[in-house]
Design a protein around this ligand. Sequence first.
Ligand code: PAF
Length: 281
Amino acid sequence: MKIVSKIDELRLQISQWRQQGLKIAFVPTMGNLHAGHISLVAEAHRHADKVVASIFVNPMQFGAHEDIDNYPRTMENDQQQLIAASTDLLFTPTPSIIYPKGLDKQTYVEVPNVSDGYCGESRPGHFRGVSTVVCKLFNLVQPDIACFGLKDYQQVQVIQTMVEDLSMPIEIIPVATVRETSGLALSSRNGYLTQEQLKIAPALAQNIQWLAKEIKTNNDFIGLAKKAASYINNAGMKTDYIHICHARTLQPASEDDKELVILAAAHCGKARLIDNLQVTL
Ligand code: PAF
């Protein structure tokens, strides 16, 4: 695996592959990799000749009260996992390479509507940071396809909408969430959980599953979501939100909608966990 941190080194390798007519897939990450990320690399290999990954802890998507300095950085271990997954190229830029003028003077990309509620509401500015960095990384890597994990369902919709709205010639491939046997979705944030909290945290996925079953026979979506929130709280977490939404627009689901997604976030100790489930009625 080739590792580059400078833009001209990245562009040189990409243009060589382009001249050879090779198809390029991209897996952007913030590092601290786990099996969920590696499943993205595996999926990328199914669609392309070369797989590029990036590791960049993006300051623009962290809020003022969110501790970017303590975000886990495990570069050595990440590189070993990417090598084992046959990644061809790893891009590891610094903040000054991505944002040479500083965050305040940086042009940004903001995707309306799908960015607004849920995590967008709990983390103001977060999706602006995500869409800006992903747009920038897409312009640098110029991939044919890019893989994103469905655990971050709202993020996938934001990026899909950005690609459509800005006519980017990139196919977005959503990849299924990888879970522990307890049902807990794999996440870098699980590293913040104590042994005791690891026993509580699967209640998030379990109550989403419960809700998915209930909405098949009961269309009181708001009442059911409230119940699920109280079950999650009773399990020892603090629900941030749980909503039943239209799977593409993310608007609150109406009785006639058939393609739905349940979106949820809850605090478990120091960790804010998110999860979701798509449901077809
Ligand atoms: O999902 C993530 O790890 C990040 O939001 C992403 C897409 C790499 C952008 O920084």
